[in-house]
Design a protein around this ligand. Structure first.
Ligand code: UDP
Length: 325
């Protein structure tokens, strides 16, 4: 099977590409390297440089590769940035998606595994979150992902597309080769580990008065190797529709920092700051459907494993992937 991976130079895309190649899939990475890293692309993959916002780039790549399926990661993914620059999010995540879908249509490619997010749900009415709960995003990032889900539903109804929407909760951890390197880094676990590496004095903790046992936000942290495996299972399975990918277990900001203190042996001082706008108190997945439909079990996602693998990667790559290529 021949798979085109958009955004295969990014965090989750790089690890999924690695796994696809390990499992014998012919894999082509399409990426503009704006936020991804050439060093993060497995050398066994064919690499095509291109931007989804340029219809000719993706049309040409699709024609050249004629994949059996597309895994679509390429997107902007920062909530805060999306509140300041919604145009980036609608421009890249929606317009880029439309160009991708059009190129698939022209080439007769129907299967797409789409990297979606729990941010499409917004503030949930109850927990854990099931796939049938209302999707009311509270920021342009979540809205842009939901818009592309909806576009794909129409292509499914009218053009025989076979889409799967994998709605990730909090992606984290690393494989032995590939890890998280964003600029700027806004995510909790890499920020915590940067302090342990001596690259920061204190970890900012956003909010201490949430209605949670220790007052800090609760999230459902899921290891990227577990996420990557769900993509492979989705390729092998005829299922179309949405699946949440999380553990079903919540972990607070202070619990995650506690795990990092144990694992790194560093005291990791914290500084409490006001809540980040739009941060819900708790987001936890009901991921029973992914288990049932795909036979997926997230067995890499204990918090200690997540922090340990991320710590190993950050220690081996204290400057991330280094200079962008
Ligand atoms: N967070 C924090 N300090 C940081 C980064 C994140 O306290 O330096 C908190 C954030 O407010 C949220 C949780 O950690 O409650 C996870 O944030 P992250 O940005 O990793 O993922 P998100 O849940 O926003 O997708």
């Amino acid at each position: 099977m021949n798979v085109l991976v958009t955004g295969g130079a990014g965090y989750i895309g790089s690890v999924t590409t690695e796994l696809l190649l390990d499992e014998g899939y012919e894999t082509v990475v399409f990426d503009n390297l704006e936020r991804g890293h050439r060093e993060a692309v497995d050398p066994r993959a064919r690499f095509i440089a291109g931007d989804l916002r340029n219809p000719a780039d993706i049309a040409k790549a699709m024609q050249a590769v004629k994949p059996d399926a597309v895994i679509h990661f390429a997107a902007y993914a920062l909530v805060g940035e999306s509140m300041e620059h919604p145009e980036l999010y609608f421009g890249n995540n929606v317009r880029g998606g439309v160009n991708l879908a059009e190129a698939m249509l022209k080439t007769g490619v129907r299967r797409i595994v789409f990297s979606s997010t729990c941010a499409t749900y917004g503030q949930p009415e109850r927990l854990p979150i099931t796939e049938d709960m209302p999707q009311r995003p509270t920021n342009p990032y979540g809205e842009s992902k939901l818009m592309f889900e909806k576009i794909l539903v129409w292509y499914q109804r009218l053009k025989e597309f076979q889409p799967v929407f994998l709605r990730y909760f909090n992606a984290c951890g690393a494989s032995s080769k590939y890890g998280e390197d964003h600029d700027p880094e806004t995510h909790l676990i890499p920020n915590v580990l940067k302090v342990a590496l001596g690259q920061g004095e204190q970890v900012p903790v956003f909010g201490e008065d949430y209605d949670t046992p220790d007052g800090t936000c609760i999230r459902d942290y899921i290891h990227i190797e577990d996420l990557a495996r769900a993509h492979l299972l989705a390729l092998k399975n005829p299922f179309c529709g949405a699946l949440n990918l999380g553990t079903g277990e919540g972990c607070s900001v202070l619990q995650a920092i506690g795990a990092a203190r144990r694992i790194t042996g560093h005291p990791i001082p914290v500084k409490f700051l006001p809540c980040r706008p739009g941060d819900p108190a708790r987001l936890v997945a009901d991921a029973r459907n992914a288990r049932k439909v795909l036979g997926w079990t997230p067995d890499r996602s204990r918090v200690d494993d997540i922090v340990q693998t991320a710590w190993d990667w950050h220690r081996a790559h204290p400057d991330g992937y280094g200079k962008k290529s």
